[in-house]
Ligand binder design. Structure first.
Ligand SMILES: [Zn+2]
Length: 283
């Protein structure tokens, strides 16, 4: 899951007072999540370069991370990402739950054969947290696999002792990281090999969300899905327009940060999540 500590605090508070969710940590709340009269004027103003850069951070690996948990790469690539974000016209009609990432205008997805063989390892470096991560990966994967028989995440424990992006025996590694910036982050199908990993902080077990829901969210990115709250109906947390809607807006999507005007606070897998992934990869 791709949350700031601020976001976690909001969600933790929400367990005590649901009203806390009405005060998102980022940006103005100019339209309610259910507002059917949304117009383009409700879209939050895009950030300047300096504001955008200030909203990102670098992994200990040196990779720049945007939108909470999405890797970009170098500073030059970060600038290119920003320029593209600013230059892209709204290709989505502005008012049209689950959204797929687009790359150069095309859907950012796996081939039919690859999506049925998404192999991963879970690093032994997790130590005492490893069994929790293994279980959470299985639980998160099962959410998507249950909605599309084309999808198969395949755990290969024989690679756990050398579980890194250098290991070509698996498609991606799941590795530990120590950071205050997020609970976990992932990648998109188009991400280069060096960025194609799932990084997990030990706050996985203390965030207030189920570890399987957090990694289910991350595996949503790995399948090509963007944050649902980038859609204008959220009224906040806008990211960019490089995505294509697959379903109606869904404030309770597993890909929607609860603190971004979300309609639920538990990161559960929604009916539209199931419908969206089935529409992309087959039921
Ligand atoms: Zn995310």
């Amino acid at each position: 899951m791709s949350l700031t500590r601020t976001g976690q605090a909001v969600v933790a508070a929400a367990a005590l007072a649901a009203a806390a969710l009405a005060s998102p940590a980022v940006g103005p709340a100019s339209a309610s999540a259910q507002d059917s009269t949304f117009t383009e004027a409700d879209r939050p103003a895009p950030p300047t370069w300096s504001e955008f850069k200030a909203s990102t951070y670098q992994d200990p690996t040196g990779v720049y991370v945007v939108n909470g948990d999405e890797p970009v790469g170098t500073l030059a690539e970060l600038r290119a990402y920003y320029e593209k974000m600013m230059a892209t016209d709204d290709l989505n009609g502005g008012d049209t739950s689950l959204v797929v990432n687009t790359n150069g205008g095309a859907d950012d997805v796996w081939s039919a054969s690859q999506v049925g063989d998404l192999t991963y390892c879970v690093s032994d470096d997790f130590g005492s947290l490893k069994s929790t991560v293994v279980d959470a990966m299985a639980g998160g994967a099962a959410l998507w696999e249950g909605a599309s028989s084309a999808i198969d995440f395949v755990y290969d424990p024989s690679q756990d002792a050398s579980c890194s992006t250098d290991n070509d025996a698996v498609l991606f590694p799941v590795e530990p990281i120590e950071t205050d910036e997020y609970i976990a982050r992932a990648f998109f199908p188009s991400s280069p090999d060096a960025e194609r990993n799932v990084l997990v902080d030990d706050s996985l077990t203390t965030s207030g969300w189920a570890p399987s829901a957090i990694l289910g969210h991350e595996l949503g990115h790995a399948l090509g899905f963007r944050h649902e709250h980038t859609r204008p109906e959220a009224g906040t947390c806008f990211e960019d327009d490089n995505w294509r809607p697959l379903t109606p807006y869904d404030s309770v999507s597993i890909m929607h940060y609860p603190q971004c005007n979300g309609g639920s606070d538990d990161l559960s897998f929604s009916g539209y999540d199931a419908q969206g992934v089935a529409s992309l990869y087959g039921s």
